[in-house]
Design a protein around this ligand. Structure first.
Ligand code: SAH
Length: 209
């Protein structure tokens, strides 16, 4: 049953404009239902965000696919993710890249996500319990950075984490709305592009146990 729903979801994503076959195949491979609490599990293959506890959500599959596609990932890339959440997006990134470094501020969520990475035998994910806004200076440079929570602006510190020709995808808050944006570093200049309006949980400072 899940498989039929999953196939329908993949077709819907194609229809919505996701065309990168590697991205679609990664979404097909990772079992989204396993990241979702029992109460909502029958909705795992609907194209909606769902609660994962601690007032956080697993993003809508279309948004996960869109952000992944916009990152234009190559197999040798090293990726930084700010906001592990359920770990679902992390797993998608892990299938497409060399290594994913993922930071989560809520310890309880991080532990659950780490269990998922072990269960799925994904060994190229490194995690940290911390405030993602501080980045991961020991691992600079990153080829790609993804924010999975909405932020007002990208700090100089995070811009310094990205390599030349690197890409950052982030939901940016402006006034009462949020826009998904793509930032590309070209010879130390940042080129900014709008993608579309989105709705993410907020990026918060500090950590929670
Ligand atoms: N893509 C994720 C959705 C994550 S929701 C998924 O597939 O499940 C966003 C996550 O970012 C939440 O878990 C939240 O706790 C975390 N977060 C918010 N601000 C953060 C910060 N400053 N540093 C690290 N994690 C943060």
């Amino acid at each position: 049953m899940v498989d039929v729903r999953k196939i329908r979801l993949i077709l819907d994503l194609r229809e919505a404009g996701i065309s990168n076959s590697k991205v679609l195949s990664a979404l097909e491979k990772i079992p989204r239902e396993k990241f979702i609490p029992n109460t909502f599990r029958n909705q795992a293959y609907e194209n909606i965000a769902l609660p994962i506890g601690e007032e956080q959500t697993i993003s809508q599959p279309y948004i996960v696919a869109l952000m992944t596609e916009m990152l234009n990932i190559e197999k040798h890339h090293k990726i930084l993710e700010l906001g592990t959440g359920s770990g679902y997006q992390t797993c998608i990134l892990s299938l497409l890249s060399r290594r994913v470094y993922s930071i989560e501020r809520i310890k309880k969520l991080l532990i659950k996500a780490e269990n998922m990475f072990n269960m799925l035998k994904l060994t190229n994910i490194v995690t940290k319990h911390g405030d993602g806004n501080l980045g991961w200076p020991e691992q600079i440079p990153f080829d790609r950075i993804i924010f999975t929570a909405a932020t007002k602006a990208i700090s100089e510190n995070i811009f310094n984490h990205i390599s030349n020709n690197g890409i950052i995808i982030a939901p940016i808050i402006s006034h009462n709305s949020q826009k998904l944006k793509k930032f590309t570093k070209k010879d130390n200049e940042i080129v900014e592009e709008d993608i579309e309006n989105v709705l993410f949980v907020p990026n918060l400072s500090g950590i929670q146990n």
